[in-house]
Design a protein around this ligand. Structure first.
Ligand code: SF4
Length: 228
């Protein structure tokens, strides 16, 4: 077993993934619009805050979310509902723009077909043309909704990858490619969730709990701290 697989194996022994902690589990099995809105709400905030905002939207616009009701909603009302997720002005604008697009069933069908038959890199570009969708959100949607073999990198995964020393740059693409190159595609999702869990519970941004870390023997940061 090489380094990446060993790391994921060790993390899987330590953590039991709690689906309740991840916004994507709140939108899985629902239409693409719900997935996109859920993922967008979780950008730069905790999944907990994103879930609150999503719940507010559902109470007002149905579950699954009805884009045709949202598109005619008052901008300020949408802002108010998604306020728990932060950056609510820009996000409300993006959600309303998305709702206008997704209210058209033909648009949704065409989009889904196009993504289904595109390779992961092309599919990523297609999604990134939608309002408010950056590279990380695109990859989460591709992996979780379309089952494409891509590896989404969030702030925890970026920090852990740098501390482990598997990459020397913060570049999203470099980090994503390292994990994709070193793990079989069927492990991408599990690895993504385990690394986030590890970042939240142990390898925190401040004061990482290295003493109780199951992957410290693979970690440059730990080795260099030991050598000091
Ligand atoms: S040893 Fe410390 S820095 Fe390295 S992965 Fe574990 S918690 Fe993070």
């Amino acid at each position: 077993m090489d380094r990446a697989e060993k790391i994921i194996d060790l993390l899987s022994r330590k953590y039991k993934i709690n689906p309740e902690e991840f916004i994507v589990n709140k939108v899985r099995g629902r239409p693409l619009f719900d997935m996109i809105v859920g993922v967008m709400l979780s950008q730069n905030t905790s999944d907990k805050n994103a879930m609150k905002a999503l719940e507010n939207l559902r109470k007002e616009f149905g579950d699954p979310l009805d884009p045709c009701r949202i598109k005619d909603a008052d901008h300020h009302r949408v802002e108010e509902l998604i306020r728990p997720a932060g950056m609510y002005r820009q996000r409300a604008m993006n959600i309303l723009s998305l709702a206008r697009l997704f209210c058209d069933k033909d648009f949704v069908n065409r989009l889904e077909e196009k993504i289904k038959y595109s390779n992961p890199l092309e599919a990523r570009e297609i999604l990134m043309k939608l309002p408010g969708i950056g590279i990380k959100s695109a990859d989460v949607i591709l992996n979780q909704y379309f089952g494409k073999p891509v590896f989404a990198v969030d702030t925890h995964i970026r920090r852990i990858s740098l501390r482990l020393g598997v990459v020397k740059t913060k570049s999203y693409r470099t980090i994503s490619e390292w994990w994709m190159k070193n793990l079989p595609p069927e492990k991408y999702l599990l690895a993504h969730l385990l690394l986030i869990t590890h970042g939240r519970r142990t390898c925190r941004a401040r004061f990482p709990k290295c003493g109780e870390c199951p992957i410290r023997e693979y970690c440059d940061y730990y080795r260099s701290a030991e050598g000091r």
